[in-house]
Design a protein around this ligand. Structure first.
Ligand code: DX5
Ligand code: ZN
Length: 219
C-alpha cells in the first residue's frame, strides 16, 4: 500500500470539547480516528467506553480504528460493530483463541487487527498472518499516552514487513505510542503503513498543522 496513514488518538483529545476535537480531525489531513479502549485489567488504566465512543462516532466522518486493551474482547465484538468500528484490534496477549476471535470480528463486517506488546515477538504471528488485516505494533507499553518511544520498534516493523512479504498478504502495519515528527519518517521507511499519534498532535499548539506536518514527513 502506498498511501501512508495518520490516526490521531482521541485519548489525548479534550474530553470537555469532544465534538470540537472530533471535528478538528474531520477537517484535518488525518485518515482515521484511533480509539483506545482500556479496562483497568489488561492495562493499569481505564480510558473510556461505549458512551464516549458513541459521542465521537456521532460527529466522526473518517473510519474508526478501535484498539481494545481489554481482557476477553470476544464479549464486546458485536457492540463495537454496532458502534461503527471499521477496524477492531485485539491484543495477542489477551486472546487464548486468537484465530477464532479474528473470524468473529470479520463475521461482524469489520477489519481484524492484532496488537503486539513491546515484549511480544513478531514471530508469534507466523501461523496467523494470512487472517490479519492489520498488525498494531506497540512502541510503548500500553495503558497511557505521552510515553517515550521504544527504539526496538524499528526492528519489529522490519521483521513484520518481511513476514507479510513472505506470505504475500495485504496486512497493514500500524505503530502506536510515542510517535512524533522525529521518528515518523524512519517508521514508514521500516515498513509502517499507519501511525497513531496522540499527545504529539493534541498537545501541540495547532493540531491540524501538526497532522499536516506528519503527513508531509511520511509522504
Ligand atoms: C497507549 C495507546 C496509544 C496512545 C498513544 O496505550 O494505545 O494509542 O494513545 O499516545 P501517544 O501518541 O501520546 O504515545
Ligand atoms: Zn492505541
Amino acid at each position: 500500500m502506498d498511501k501512508k496513514l495518520i490516526a490521531p488518538s482521541m485519548l489525548a483529545a479534550d474530553f470537555g470539547n469532544l465534538q470540537r476535537d472530533t471535528e478538528l480531525v474531520n477537517e484535518s489531513q488525518a485518515d482515521w480516528f484511533h480509539i483506545d479502549i482500556m479496562d483497568g485489567v489488561f492495562v493499569p488504566n481505564i480510558s473510556y467506553g461505549m458512551p464516549v465512543l458513541k459521542a465521537i462516532q456521532k460527529h466522526a466522518k473518517k473510519p474508526l480504528d478501535v484498539h481494545l486493551m481489554i481482557v476477553d474482547p470476544d464479549r464486546y465484538i458485536k457492540s463495537f460493530a454496532d458502534l461503527g468500528a471499521e477496524i477492531l484490534t485485539v491484543h495477542y496477549e489477551a486472546c487464548t483463541h486468537l484465530h477464532r476471535t479474528l473470524q468473529a470480528i470479520k463475521a461482524e463486517g469489520m477489519k481484524a487487527g492484532v496488537a503486539l506488546n513491546p515484549h511480544t515477538p513478531v514471530s508469534v504471528l507466523e501461523d496467523l498472518i494470512e487472517d490479519i488485516d492489520l498488525v498494531l505494533i506497540m512502541s510503548v507499553n500500553p495503558g497511557f499516552g505521552g510515553q517515550k518511544f521504544i527504539e526496538n520498534t524499528y526492528k519489529k516493523v522490519r521483521q513484520l514487513k518481511a513476514l507479510i512479504r513472505q506470505h504475500e498478504t495485504t496486512t497493514l502495519i500500524e505503530v502506536d505510542g510515542g510517535v512524533n515528527a522525529a521518528n515518523a519518517g524512519a517508521l514508514v521507511e521500516a515498513g509502517a503503513d499507519a501511525l497513531v499519534a496522540g499527545s504529539f498532535v493534541f498537545s501541540s499548539e495547532d493540531p491540524k498543522a501538526t497532522i499536516a506536518n506528519l503527513k508531509e514527513v511520511i509522504a
